[in-house]
Design a protein around this ligand. Structure first.
Ligand code: NDP
Length: 314
């Protein structure tokens, strides 16, 4: 009998070859095979490491013991109505995931504070648009919606830049330099958030959360950074708030659908910077180290900090 199989679906077939080479050393007891390899008997598959599997495919692997994500969210697996809920699902959050997200959020916050969008537009028109930059970090409070692993990493880096930081989560957190607000304290949290950063998971409760009613509770002219999930953003409300001045600027990384459709007014809005879901994706080499660590920890029955919690739904 051959080795048990780790079935991979991430980055297409070229991506698979890189995964296989990267995982050969840390996981010598497993055979790493491509998701669409017709020669793999379904009952040989012990683990699946996947991004966006076709609905129903995981449910047809009878010997599967655990599902591993290849990115930080879980929605790209739990969106499958037949995903095997009885099995452990482990999200992939490498140390580099938080570092890269922290860099993205700090970049976005500083570019909003410096009005980098205005400068880029002026440069594109070859116009010397002199203006006095409006603010600086110590004058501003950043509110992080979702003070989890990534939110806490961002908080430390924003704080080091001089921003004051507040955070919002279901449960109270103790994070140095950060004032923690819990779910029912949302209005008080929003009233403090001159820059609002969203790092929430995609859930029923967070769907359409970034809407006109929420923006109205922010200080006038607040700045928005959305790096959570597109399903949380009511995009027409963002554009209307930018037009009215309730929002002074926005950096959005995630959309629903992705890519943002051609011709959408968000592409060209002068107060909106749009990035193509690049907030934080560690390299394949960085993720392979973490994936191997997760699989080995699972096999040793160790605690898995990024184990999906079916009660919380993230
Ligand atoms: P975590 O699970 O560690 O953190 C999620 C946080 O959100 C927790 O603090 C949780 O509160 C809070 N939360 C969840 N639901 C609610 C709610 N209904 N009300 C209040 N607080 C809530 O996740 P990560 O930090 O690892 O990742 C966060 C998200 O970032 C991912 O789910 C994904 O959507 C996004 N992401 C985006 C990327 C990009 O490239 N743009 C890359 C990676 C991730 P509590 O701690 O109390 O449970």
């Amino acid at each position: 009998m051959g080795k048990p199989v780790l079935l991979m679906k991430s980055g297409g077939e070229p991506g698979f070859r890189e995964w296989r080479d990267l995982l050969a050393d840390p996981l010598p007891h497993l055979e790493v095979r491509w998701w669409d390899d017709p020669a793999v008997p379904p009952d040989a598959v012990r683990y699946a490491a996947v991004w966006d599997p076709e609905p129903g495919r995981l449910a047809r692997l009878p010997a599967l013991r655990a599902v591993f994500g290849v990115a930080a969210g879980s929605d790209f697996i739990t969106g499958d109505p037949e995903w095997p809920r009885h099995l452990p699902l482990v999200r992939l959050v490498a140390p580099e995931t938080a570092q890269r997200m922290g860099e993205y959020v700090c970049w976005a916050a500083l570019s909003l504070v410096k009005d980098a969008r205005r400068m880029a537009i002026a440069q594109g028109r070859a116009v010397w648009d002199y203006f006095e930059a409006p603010g600086k970090a110590p004058d501003l409070t950043v509110g992080i919606l979702g003070l989890g692993g990534l939110g806490q990493g961002c908080a430390g880096m924003l704080w080091a830049l001089g921003f004051k930081v507040v955070g919002w989560s279901r449960t109270r957190k103790v994070v140095p330099g950060v004032e923690s607000f819990i779910a029912v304290e949302l209005p008080a949290f929003l009233a403090r958030s001159q820059i609002l950063v969203c790092l929430l998971p995609a859930r029923l409760e967070t769907a359409d959360m970034l809407n006109a009613a929420l923006f109205a509770k922010l200080p006038a002219g607040a700045l928005l950074i959305q790096a959570g999930r597109g399903s949380q953003t009511v995009l027409p409300d963002v554009l209307a708030a930018l037009d009215s001045g309730q929002l002074g600027g926005a950096v959005l990384d995630v959309f629903d659908p992705e890519p943002l459709p051609d011709g959408h007014p968000a592409w060209s809005h002068p107060k909106l910077t749009l990035t193509p879901h690049v907030g934080s994706l560690p390299t394949r080499a960085e993720r392979a180290v973490e994936l191997a660590r997760n699989i080995l920890a699972f096999e040793r029955a160790e605690a898995l900090p990024t184990l999906y919690d079916p009660v919380k739904g993230y």
